[in-house]
Design a protein around this ligand. Structure first.
Ligand SMILES: Nc1ncnc2c1ncn2[C@@H]1O[C@H](COP(=O)(O)OP(=O)(O)OP(=O)(O)O)[C@@H](O)[C@H]1O
Ligand SMILES: [Mg+2]
Length: 255
């Protein structure tokens, strides 16, 4: 089971878009995938399911309900979901007084049969609070999507500091799988400059697959589809297929 947290405390940098489309592309390569939506906004959940509120990550982290029973099928074949919900924003309070609150998700996932899923992708909120720490404690890898704007650079530096702290205290083996340059608009000089800076600063941690700005990606959630079915011949679909293939290679060589 390759557990990958998709995280960046910066809002709107394509975390959810990455989680859902990468999940679909991994499933299309015949891997079984579990998406865990840890964001109280529930964007991945409303994209992948009918919209009705269903039990999920909140119940998994605050009750003893069997994890397997909380996981549901999605409208994408091969992709399962542990849903997110509004309550997640109250996790700190709900867990007050409990021990090791940063490793609850890790301990719950350890009870899943390791053969149940090939990949677990965790969508996280745009904060570095308890929820994101749970995601980082439970994961082998972190994938960091970011937009190619100069403001993104300081956010990524902050993310790397958090990864260091998590390695020190919670998860010594946490590996940065890579940075995914997203919403790249190569018509602008600025995007090219930022890409060059990222390459210089982060070397091969900057993944080779870039995701270009494409309105089809913004439209797909309204149709509850991944880009693979919404617009299979688009550049955007090819971008995410390439990303999935890169992730498959990296995760099979690292672990
Ligand atoms: N490559 C792209 N081209 C065009 N639009 C995109 C692209 N990637 C993401 N978007 C759009 O950008 C917005 C933010 O993306 P998304 O919701 O995936 O970010 P996020 O990091 O999950 O946000 P949050 O921090 O709020 O959870 C969405 O409207 C999404 O459809
Ligand atoms: Mg999101």
């Amino acid at each position: 089971m390759n557990v990958i947290a998709v995280a960046n405390q910066k809002g709107g940098c394509a975390k959810t878009t990455t989680v859902v489309n990468l999940a679909a592309c991994l499933a299309a390569r015949d891997f079984s995938v579990l998406v865990i939506d840890l964001d109280s906004q529930g964007n991945a959940t409303s994209w992948l399911s009918s919209g009705a509120t269903i039990p999920g990550a909140w119940e998994a982290m605050t009750t003893r309900e069997d994890l397997q029973k909380l996981i549901v099928q999605t409208n994408i074949e091969g992709v399962s979901l542990l849903a997110g919900s509004r309550e997640l924003s109250n996790l700190d309070k709900a867990l007050a007084g409990e021990l090791s609150v940063e490793t609850i998700l890790k301990r719950r996932l350890a009870k899943l049969n390791a053969k149940s899923f090939d990949y677990v992708l965790i969508d996280t909120p745009p904060t570095l609070g308890l929820i994101t720490l749970n995601a980082l404690a439970a994961s082998k890898d972190i994938l960091i999507p970011l937009t190619t704007h100069v403001m993104s650079l300081s956010g990524v530096a902050q993310m790397f500091r958090t990864v260091e702290q998590v390695r020190d205290v919670l998860n010594p083996d946490l590996n940065v799988l890579g940075l995914v340059a997203s919403r790249v608009d190569l018509r602008t000089r600025h995007a090219k400059d930022v890409l060059a800076t990222l390459l210089e600063r982060f070397g091969d941690k900057l993944l080779k697959s870039h995701i270009y700005e494409n309105v089809r990606l913004a439209e797909a959630p309204s149709f509850q589809q991944s880009i693979l079915t919404y617009n299979p011949s688009s550049t955007a679909a090819q971008n995410y297929r390439d990303l999935a293939d890169e992730v498959i290679i990296l995760t099979s060589s690292h672990h």
